[in-house]
Design a protein around this ligand. Sequence first.
Ligand code: UDP
Ligand code: MG
Length: 321
Amino acid sequence: MAKTIYIVVPCYDEEEMLPISAPQLLDKLMSLIHSSQITDQSRIMFVNDGSGDQTWSLIQQLHSQDSHYSGVNLSRNRGHQNALLAGLMTAAEYCDAAISIDADLQDDINAIDDMVTKFNDGYDIVYGVRSDRTSDTFFKRFTAQSFYRVMNMLGAKTIFNHADFRLMSRRVLAGLAEFPEVNLFLRGIIPMIGFKSTTTEYARKERIAGESKYPLRKMIGFALEGITSLSTVPLRLITYLGGFIFSISVVFAIYTLVQHALNHTISGWSSLMISLWAIGGLVMFSLGVVGEYIGKIYLETKKRPRYLIESVLNDTEQKKL
Ligand code: UDP
Ligand code: MG
């Protein structure tokens, strides 16, 4: 049986891009509807993230032209991740699966066919993965890829070269709703949800109209957000660094004492040097230990679900409570 798919598109100041991307998205949706792969109740859902331009009135116009376009209007600008979440949670009330994609269509909409096929084959998450980033500037490519590497090194498992272009089934969306954290980094949370997942590859294109809403300043902020909201490894690094400096101080102490014994030093130097390193190392080590506890508190305050059940095998009837 065909499923209802929602394509969720966060939009911030996209008045230049919308008139180009909306018809392309509709064509894609209609072709999937006509080939009976998805139902006619499927929609393209634009989320207006407090745009300062004509974005919302464009969305309203689109909706009045064709009911396959729908819209969500946020009260103010809340940023890409929050806008996306708002759209996904709204879509979850109507759909069997939602696909998120940026308004600039840098991600190839033709990958949607493959996502829908894989969803029909029983996958719950289909990650869009960029096989080719040649359209990105060297700088963007370099910064983005170093970011994925650092994230993985710090223990936050993200899918390499995957941004926010993915299909998620209804139960994945329900799982996502169980993550009440405020510092949202969807790329890190979705893999934590689990369920059967796969990827589909595509070549990333250039933005054809409007400007990137992610200048370097925002990109760095986003990277820091990702690292600090998924990993407490930086806190542990302080502990290691403290231990390291303290062990240097031990070596240094021996060296200083030898110099002292050989009378190569002026008075006061030895004691100063030893205490400087030893105390520095100890202070940093203690900070790290305190940090370890803060890290635990931090993770607890996120109130993440401890598990999500995929299926239960049991033949006996459930007792009504
Ligand atoms: N976006 C948003 N709110 C913001 C910033 C961006 O909803 O505060 C949307 C934007 O309209 C686009 C998507 O997030 O659909 C990704 O932004 P962009 O394409 O500018 O980022 P880049 O591809 O350069 O990383
Ligand atoms: Mg873009």
